[in-house]
Write a protein that binds this ligand. Structure first.
Ligand code: PTJ
Length: 243
């Protein structure tokens, strides 16, 4: 039992949940290492949503709402950390949700689908086909889901798939605390923020954006600017860390 007044309460609860989900098979063991890397970067941005991350979240909402067909791609870490937040975002944006895994097995797809459904997510089902130009099972997706989408939100993604989705002509939105990752640099739009802060920020923006503002946000999207702003934020914090 983690005491509520522990200074690292939120982080310890997240770790405990990920460890439990890893034992159950929802989270890949590699996902625990990925989370640790994310936590390190979250320290550097001060464990809060920066102005530039908020702008990125609002732009993500604009892209999801303006899409012909938006799909949220959910992996094990995302389901374990944010099933409820995915349900709220699906409700606010009208996006489809597809389970799409790096370490893919039928058993994990079923476990993650069940976890999401228990939290109110409507999950696409069907027969996956090798539509994404990648070797291995990372190339598998649903023709009526990611295969048909023009905008895909892929939180905590690996660089290869992000790049392959871009090559297919899709706009890719990612959530990644590491602004230096290949995913962050390859995506159309990167939200450098922790997943459980970023998804509610997109959901809140979906409810408030006027159509005119949507167009303005999409037209002025500059991912390099957003990544530079996140790196500047981290550098400032490091420079003043011991003051
Ligand atoms: O469930 P699967 O099989 O699809 O596997 C999922 C993982 C996460 C193992 C897989 O996609 C993977 O290996 O991802 P990477 O290449 O490690 O990338 C994950 C990125 O997400 C890293 O750059 C981390 O810094 C970042 N990250 C980790 N946790 C969070 C995060 N970003 C935002 N919020 C987090 N909670």
């Amino acid at each position: 039992m983690i005491p509520k007044d522990h200074p690292r309460y939120r982080s310890l609860v997240a770790r405990e949940r990920l460890a439990r989900c890893a034992r159950e098979g929802v989270v890949a063991l590699e996902g625990l290492a990925a989370h640790g890397r994310g936590e390190a970067f979250d320290y550097l941005i001060g464990e809060r949503t920066s102005e530039s991350a908020l702008l990125a979240a609002r732009t993500a909402a604009a892209m999801l709402l303006s899409a012909r067909h938006a799909v949220i791609s959910v992996n094990g870490n995302t389901a374990a950390l944010a099933a409820r937040e995915v349900a709220a975002l699906q409700q606010a944006s009208g996006a489809d949700v597809e389970v799409n895994l790096f370490h893919r097995t039928d058993e994990r797809i079923a476990l993650i689908t069940r976890l999401l459904e228990e939290h109110g997510v409507r999950v696409l089902s069907g027969t996956a086909e090798r539509l994404v130009p990648l070797a291995h099972d990372r190339g598998l997706c649903l023709p009526e889901g990611i295969g048909d989408a023009d905008v895909v939100l892929v939180p905590l993604e690996d660089g290869d798939r992000c790049e392959a989705l871009r090559k297919m002509g899709k706009a890719v939105i990612t959530v990644d605390l590491n602004p230096l990752s290949r995913t962050a640099r390859t995506a159309t739009l990167t939200i450098v923020d922790e997943l459980t802060r970023a998804l509610p920020a997109i959901t809140a923006a979906c409810a408030t954006l006027e159509p005119g503002e949507r167009d303005r946000l999409i037209a002025s999207l500059d991912n390099t600017y957003l990544l530079r702003a996140a790196i500047d934020e981290m550098r400032e914090r490091l420079v003043h860390a011991l003051e």
